[in-house]
Design a binder for this molecule. Structure first.
Ligand SMILES: [Zn+2]
Length: 496
């Protein structure tokens, strides 16, 4: 485990050497979706980021337990302590059971995650499945006087927590007084002692559907509590990595720190990681602006802002082309460029599998190219170790692709690279792409056809026998494919 991986820790606001508590084991928790609606692209970006981190940690030898929850209760409209439950509200609107809403959108979420080729987490716990743990946590916090009951609800007491050595606000860098000014409640009717206090248990109003018995009457857990209970249950009272979208930093993750610290006396998380937001044509992506689209709309090209359909791997590639801490702007131009880039890589993947080493004593070693390949491989690791800089890592994969294509077109002989570097090129190119970046070939139905085409095309190129065009054409006719498809595939296969 000698990889000098550095990760940006939101808590310390700097890149830190990643040192897990119990190597080679790594515990990673990521806040999953609230399953009341279709997963939106901003969430997808977060899950792709942490899928890539999960893949990379595994790739460099760590044994990762990856926990990503499903929020199926307690997340209220407006993200605060008041209002309807997001799931309960949908259930009322559609006149179905809340768990039907949960099931439908959990299924959708899993479908979308599979389309983007993300690896399922090791454990995917739900908030409703951990009611006992949450009630026990509330009891513990009450016993420690870090929480108080008020009118059937229980609130976390920020002031007492800070008096006992806590530092609420340290993750988001917010100053308590500023926060107080921002959140001052005017009506004086609040159940809270301090406007910053947050609910860990809420009394259910008569019309609230999702409710459980508790020592404080019928109610439901506060949204922030589930992540504390489920992360520490499966990863321990202190664990390595906690991830999520930037929008969860405050108050959700700030509250998780206070709860975890309050419950166990330990800062729960060692490395906090946050992925940045998506914009569309430079504007924040939001439903109210009409510029937010769903993954399915992207795949079908059915949103009015989309000029065409974009495949899941195109979108994955597009998202990985920018660093996860930068904002990422969706535009047709950027997506089309990503489509081109991804297809070149995917074609490289297809052809690299057909290559094997051929010793040839008449070919002299090309030391410059060998060195260039070794350097690209090295720089791929360096980029990934530099806080998961996938943008720079992908540039190295393109360097490798250049040599894959040269080999394929016989502009470079395997023997010029030597067995070692040839194997390094072949294996690095496919493992970096597939195992680390999670990019796979798409449209595998056409794969045998395409392979046949490429074999014929190669012969044609090598022998300069232009009558081979007819062979390719009849091959395609036999496969029932249109000539335009063939031409299209050749064009992108050999773009430089
Ligand atoms: Zn969470």
């Amino acid at each position: 485990m000698t990889q000098p991986l550095k990760l940006y820790n939101t808590l310390s606001r700097r890149k830190e050497l990643f040192e897990p508590l119990n190597p080679p084991y790594v515990g990673m928790y990521v806040c999953g979706p609230t399953v009341y609606n279709y997963v939106h692209l901003g969430n997808v970006r977060t899950f792709l980021t942490f899928d890539t981190l999960y893949r990379y940690l595994t790739f460099i030898g760590y044994k990762v337990r990856y926990v990503r929850n499903l929020t199926d209760v307690g997340h209220l409209v407006g993200d605060g302590d008041e209002g309807e439950d997001k799931i309960g509200r949908m259930a009322k609107l559609e006149k179905v059971e809340p768990m039907e809403i949960v099931q439908r959108f959990t299924n959708d979420f899993h479908t979308v995650m599979a389309q983007f080729n993300t690896i399922p987490p090791s454990i995917e716990p739900t908030a409703t499945g951990h009611m006992v743990e949450q009630i026990e946590a509330v009891q513990t916090l009450l016993a420690k006087k870090l929480a108080y009951e008020s009118n059937g609800s229980v609130y976390f007491d920020i002031e007492t927590y800070n008096q006992q050595g806590g530092n609420y606000g340290k993750l988001s860098g917010r100053i308590l007084d500023d926060l107080l000014n921002e959140t001052r409640e005017l009506d004086g009717q609040s159940e809270k002692r301090n406007p910053l206090d947050f609910a860990i248990w809420k009394r259910a109003s008569p019309e609230h559907i999702m409710r459980w018995n508790s020592p404080w009457g019928e109610g439901f857990p506060g949204w922030h509590l589930e992540c504390t209970c489920m992360s520490t249950k499966y990863l321990g009272k202190q664990f390595d990595i906690h991830g999520g979208g930037m929008d969860l930093k405050f108050p959700h993750h700030e509250c998780e720190i206070a709860q975890g610290d309050g419950l166990t006396g330990h800062d729960p998380v060692r490395y906090w990681m946050h992925s940045n937001m998506l914009t569309v044509n430079g504007q924040k992506m939001s439903k109210s602006l009409g510029n937010s689209f769903l993954p399915a709309e992207l795949f079908a090209g059915s949103h009015y802002l989309l000029e065409q359909a974009y495949s899941p791997m195109t979108v994955r590639f597009f998202m990985l082309q920018s660093h996860y801490r930068s904002t990422l702007d969706f535009s047709n131009d950027a997506l089309k460029a990503a489509q081109k880039g991804y297809r070149r890589l995917a074609n490289g993947l297809r052809v690299v599998k057909t290559m094997s080493y051929r010793p040839d004593e008449s070919v002299s070693a090309d030391m410059a190219k060998q060195e260039d390949i070794r350097k690209a491989v090295q720089q791929f690791y360096e980029a990934m170790n530099d806080d998961l800089n996938t943008a720079v890592a992908i540039a190295q994969v393109f360097t490798l692709l250049k040599y894959v294509n040269m080999l394929y077109l016989n502009q470079l002989q395997p023997a010029a690279l030597g067995d070692d570097v040839f194997t390094l090129l072949k294996e690095s190119f496919s493992t970096f792409m597939q195992d680390v970046l999670g990019l796979k070939e798409e449209g595998s139905d056409n794969q045998p056809v395409l392979e046949g085409l490429l074999t014929l095309y190669r012969e044609y190129k090598e022998q300069r026998q232009y009558d081979k065009v007819d062979q390719i054409r009849s091959y395609f006719k036999a496969q029932g494919l249109a000539i335009k498809d063939m031409k299209h595939q050749i064009d992108w296969a050999y773009e430089e």
